[in-house]
Design a protein around this ligand. Structure first.
Ligand code: FES
Length: 319
């Protein structure tokens, strides 16, 4: 694709995160440079505010629910499992996918989904998955594990389309990113070239309610006030860093003054404000992934505070 872009006013920039949008001048600030644009396609999983208003972006966020899902990768003797997608009927459900290779099959076994930032002992999710996998497929040899974020919506369909003048977003794939990501690319092309697209109304960001969606919307949005109040009133995990091991993080201090502290491999301490820059909830340490996760809308931060995943767009403040 890059080879097909002529360079005559069209360029591809890597490692160039936009830090500021000027909606009036149609300009974006990137690495101390400015780039003029006509249109913006926000393909960032969770959309940045960009050209939208803060109110518009906040309302959109109330329709996006960020879940963490855990996956194990394992080798299997060929043809142990039929080539198919499997889900079970538990809540949360487990899923299984097979990838055939010459001489062996590779299996992805995942599940244990929960709202990001709401579980403390995230390492146990892998242990439970592992135990279930070994029970149903004892020959599986696990060699990888990871977690990822899935963005769900109240009605199970993504939001793909214009959410502000000159801005196109694509988000809320509900775990079907390969399919909806492809759909979004086709729709973004049509949007940019002024072509009509048959799916515009179906995936519209401001689409009207679909049956059953209101209940999901209310149920998922109770987390914001709940964790906002709970974490403010809760005691921190410890009053000092005495117990904090290398490579670990912990919220310490007193009820009135909490500090998120990470002790790196060289025993240096990194002290941060636990207040999430999105809407002010308190982050928690995720021991399986070594990140700070926010239970309110799912923002994630590196141990040293930089943003990994929105809706937050700024780092945790240094103390
Ligand atoms: S308060 Fe919204 S993600 Fe943290």
């Amino acid at each position: 694709m890059v080879k097909k872009i002529p360079g005559n006013g069209s360029h591809v920039f890597e490692k160039s995160a936009v830090t500021e949008f000027d909606a009036k001048k149609h300009r974006a600030k990137i690495n101390r440079h400015s780039i003029n644009f006509d249109r913006v396609v926000m393909a960032t999983n969770n959309p940045l505010v960009g050209l939208d208003s803060i109110i518009g972006a906040t309302l959109l966020q109330t329709k996006l629910f960020l879940y963490t899902s855990y996956v194990l990768g394992a080798r299997l003797p060929s043809d142990t499992v039929p080539e198919a997608l499997f889900w079970d009927t538990r809540e949360p459900y487990d899923y299984l996918r097979i990838d055939r290779y010459r001489g062996f099959d590779y299996l992805l076994y995942g599940g244990e989904d929960h709202k990001t930032g709401t579980k403390k002992d995230t390492k146990r999710a892998y242990a439970r998955l592992y135990a279930r996998l070994k029970k149903i497929i004892p020959k599986a040899r696990v060699d990888h594990r990871w977690s990822g974020q899935i963005i769900s919506t109240p009605d199970g369909l993504p939001y793909i389309g214009e959410n502000a003048e000159h801005q196109f977003i694509a988000t809320g794939y509900c775990g079907n990113g390969i399919t909806f990501g492809t759909v979004a690319a086709m729709m973004a092309r049509d949007w940019a070239t002024g072509r009509k697209n048959p799916w515009t109304d179906l995936f519209a960001v401001d689409r009207k309610k679909i049956k059953g969606a209101t209940w999901n919307y209310l149920r998922e949005n109770k987390d914001y006030p709940y964790y906002m109040i709970k974490d403010r009133l809760a005691r921190p995990e410890a009053d000092s860093v005495r117990e904090l091991k290398r490579g670990d993080g912990m919220v310490i201090g007193s009820r009135r003054k909490k500090v998120a502290v990470f002790r790196d491999r060289n025993a240096n301490l990194h002290k941060l404000s636990p207040v999430c820059p999105h809407l002010g909830c308190h982050v928690r340490w995720n021991p399986a992934e070594s990140t700070w996760d926010c239970p309110c809308h799912g923002s994630r931060f590196k141990p040293t505070g930089e943003v990994i995943a929105g809706p937050a767009e700024e780092a945790l403040a240094l103390i």
